[in-house]
Design a protein around this ligand. Structure first.
Ligand SMILES: Cc1cc2nc3c(=O)[nH]c(=O)nc-3n(C[C@H](O)[C@H](O)[C@H](O)COP(=O)(O)OP(=O)(O)OC[C@H]3O[C@@H](n4cnc5c(N)ncnc54)[C@H](O)[C@@H]3O)c2cc1C
Length: 291
C-alpha cells in the first residue's frame, strides 16, 4: 500500500500546479508543480525511504525462513529459526503500522484530491488499515517480541542479532566519509536499543511483568526503526560501491534514501526509549470509567 500510494502521489506531485516554491523566481514558478515544495519533497522522501527499509527487512525475514527450512546443515537451520523468530513480529507489526501511516501521508501529498475518491489513493489507506489487526494484532506481536523472543536463549539470541548489526557498523566505519557519518548515527541508536533491551531483561527477571507489557509496543517500534537503519546502512555500502562502478543514478538515489533514513528518520527511535522506561504507572493511573 505504501509503495502503490507513493507512485500515485509522486505522479500527482509532478502534475499539480499550486503556489510558488520558497526561493523560486516568478518566471521559474510558471513551470513549477508541487513537487518543488520542500514539504511535499519531505513527504515523498519519507515514504520512499521507509519503503526501501521495509522491503529490505521483509526480504531478510523471508531469507531466514528459507534458511530455517532448506539449509543443509543443522547449525544454519537453527540460526535461520532463531533469526526468523525475532524478525517475524517486528516485520509484521512495524511494517503494517507504517503502511497505514505512509498511505495516509500519500493522501496528504494529494491535498483535497486525496480525500475524495477520484484519485483512488484513499483505497490504499483503507486496505492497509486491516494489516495491523489481523494475523495477530500488532499489540499481540509486541507481546510476542517481549515475552517470547527477548528471553530466547537467556537473551543471547537478541545479543547475537545486535552483534550482527554492530559488525555492519564496523564495516561502514571503514567506508567513505558519508557512510562513516551514517555509521556513527546508527551506532548511537543501536547502543540506546541495547541499553533498553538489557533494562527490560532485568525488569522481567525482577518479575515486573506489567512494566514489560506496558513497554512492548514502543519497544517493537524502536526495534523496527533501528533494524531499518541497519538494512539501510548495508544498502548504502552496496549502493556506494555500485555507483562508483556504473555511475548509474539508481545507486546514487539509493544512497540518498539511506542517508535520509539514517539522518532524519532513525533518530525518532530515541523518543521510544522514555516510553519504554516509563513503566505501567501512568497507563493505570486513571480509572477505566474516566477515559
Ligand atoms: C477483514 C478481516 C479478515 C479476517 N480474516 C481472518 C481469517 O481469514 N482467519 C481468521 O482466523 N481470522 C480472521 N480475521 C480475524 C482477525 O484475526 C481478528 O480480528 C484479530 O485476530 C483480532 O481479534 P479481535 O477482532 O477479536 O480483537 P480483540 O482480540 O478483541 O482485540 C482488540 C484489541 O485488544 C487488544 N488485545 C486483545 N487481547 C490482548 C492481550 N492479551 N494483551 C494485550 N492486548 C490485547 C488487541 O491487540 C486489540 O488492540 C479477520 C478479521 C478481519 C477484520
Amino acid at each position: 500500500c505504501a509503495s502503490g500510494s507513493l507512485q500515485g502521489a509522486a505522479q500527482y506531485a509532478r502534475d499539480r500546479v499550486q503556489g510558488r516554491p520558497v526561493g523560486m523566481s516568478k518566471e521559474d514558478a510558471k513551470n513549477s508543480t508541487i513537487i518543488d515544495h520542500a514539504d511535499v519533497r519531505r513527504m515523498l522522501m519519507t515514504i520512499k525511504s521507509y519503503v526501501d527499509a521495509m522491503r529490505y527487512m521483509m526480504y531478510d525475514n523471508q531469507l531466514m525462513l528459507d534458511v530455517e527450512y532448506f539449509a543443509e546443515d543443522e547449525e544454519m537451520k537453527a540460526y535461520g529459526e532463531e533469526r526468523c523468530g525475532i524478525l517475524t513480529p517486528i516485520t509484521k507489526a512495524w511494517i503494517s503500522d507504517l503502511g497505514v501511516e505512509l498511505s495516509s501521508m500519500a493522501i496528504q501529498v494529494y491535498g483535497g484530491m486525496g480525500y475524495v475518491e477520484e484519485t483512488g489513493v484513499a483505497q490504499y489507506l483503507r486496505d492497509s488499515r486491516i494489516a495491523p489487526i489481523y494475523e495477530g494484532t500488532n499489540g499481540i506481536q509486541a507481546l510476542d517480541l517481549m515475552f517470547r523472543k527477548l528471553p530466547l536463549d537467556n537473551g543471547q539470541a537478541m545479543q547475537r542479532l545486535l552483534g550482527d548489526v554492530n559488525k555492519i557498523i564496523e564495516e561502514m566505519k571503514k567506508d567513505d566519509e558519508v557512510i562513516v557519518s551514517m555509521a556513527e548515527k546508527l551506532e548511537k541508536e543501536v547502543s540506546n536499543l541495547s541499553e533498553v533491551t538489557l533494562w527490560l531483561g532485568s525488569r522481567m527477571l525482577e518479575g515486573e511483568l506489567v512494566d514489560a507489557s506496558a513497554a512492548a509496543s514502543p519497544y517493537l517500534k524502536m526495534f523496527g526503526q533501528v533494524l531499518g537503519g541497519y538494512y539501510m546502512g548495508k544498502a548504502a555500502m552496496l549502493a556506494n560501491k555500485k555507483f562508483k562502478e556504473t555511475n548509474d543514478e539508481f545507486y546514487s538515489d539509493k544512497l540518498t534514501l539511506s542517508k535520509f533514513y539514517i539522518e532524519q528518520l532513525l533518530p525518532l527511535t530515541s523518543g521510544y526509549a522514555s516510553a519504554i522506561k516509563a513503566g505501567k504507572d501512568d497507563l493505570y493511573a486513571m480509572k477505566a470509567d474516566n477515559f
